[in-house]
Design a protein around this ligand. Structure first.
Ligand code: MG
Ligand code: MG
Length: 272
């Protein structure tokens, strides 16, 4: 069953989502060659508690850490460890926070030092596909419209769209109905209605769409060992249109990146 959220509930989800946004912004400053993902995990855990929230992933389905950290050929659900990052790595960081009974959950793939231009392209395309997907989250559009848009854009670059892992509804539970696949057919699936809150999260492989799970029972990697990217936002459907509850602004501030990609989906502030 899809749980429609009240405006008050949406504001609480926004609060949790923004704690994740700030956590990712804090991490953006320290993701450099030499740092370990375990250190990033410790920093994130402290930071989230300091904001009066709890780490959303820690203990969820028995996951052992605060962050999912997935370098290079890892797609998602990587477990932090003491291997230092090296120049040219990419690192997908997925983070959750729980406050006032509501979850925030989003992800960004970071570049570690100077990254190969072909890998940079993979990150650019995956992030662009996320915003194309968000634009499809409109009243009376369907889940298949969103998935189709992400899939057709991504595949036009020859990349693989992961099938086994999908976006989801978000609220009092980290994973609520409905599933939001990054593939699909136009006009198919449930209709979007006002008050829905979802996590849209394309997972894009440079090569094959196929994945494998490591023996740790968590880490998902590409079947061919080529790199994979993951970008995720939390979005509410308000007045028929998508509104971002999460933001990459804190990351961009840390990395001195100028971007207008979020402008069409921001909360409209009333002039006082
Ligand atoms: Mg996530
Ligand atoms: Mg998610």
């Amino acid at each position: 069953m899809i749980k429609i959220k009240s405006p008050e509930e949406i504001e609480l989800i926004r609060e949790s989502a923004l704690i994740v946004s700030k956590t990712l912004g804090m991490l953006a400053k320290v993701i450099q060659p030499g740092i370990t993902t375990l250190k990033l995990d410790q920093l994130a855990e402290e930071f989230i508690y300091d904001q009066g929230a709890e780490p959303g992933f820690l203990g969820l389905y028995d996951f052992p850490n605060t962050l999912c950290v997935s370098p290079n050929e890892q797609v998602v659900h990587g477990i932090p460890n003491d291997t230092p990052l090296i120049e040219g790595d990419i690192l997908s960081v997925d983070c959750g926070a729980l406050k006032n009974g509501f979850y925030g959950d989003h992800a960004y793939t970071f570049e570690v030092g100077e990254v190969d231009p072909e890998v940079k392209k993979l990150l650019e395309v995956t992030k662009a596909s996320l915003y194309l997907g968000i634009a499809q989250f409109r009243q009376n559009n369907r889940i298949g419209d969103l998935g189709h848009t992400i899939q057709s854009y991504t595949e036009s670059f020859g990349y693989g769209v992961v099938r086994e892992l999908v976006g989801h509804g978000l609220g009092r539970e980290m994973h609520e109905s409905p599933e939001i696949p990054n593939y699909g057919r136009k006009g198919r699936g449930k209709k979007f209605v006002n008050g829905m809150v979802i996590a849209i999260e394309p997972m894009t492989n440079q090569g094959t769409k196929n994945i494998k799970q490591l023996k740790d029972g968590w880490t998902i990697k590409t079947a061919d060992g080529k790199p994979s990217a993951h970008f995720e936002h939390n979005v509410a459907l308000i007045d028929g249109k998508p509104q971002l509850l999460s933001t990459f602004e804190y990351i961009y501030e840390a990395l001195e990146i100028i971007s207008e990609e979020e402008n069409p989906f921001r909360k409209i502030s009333v002039k006082s």
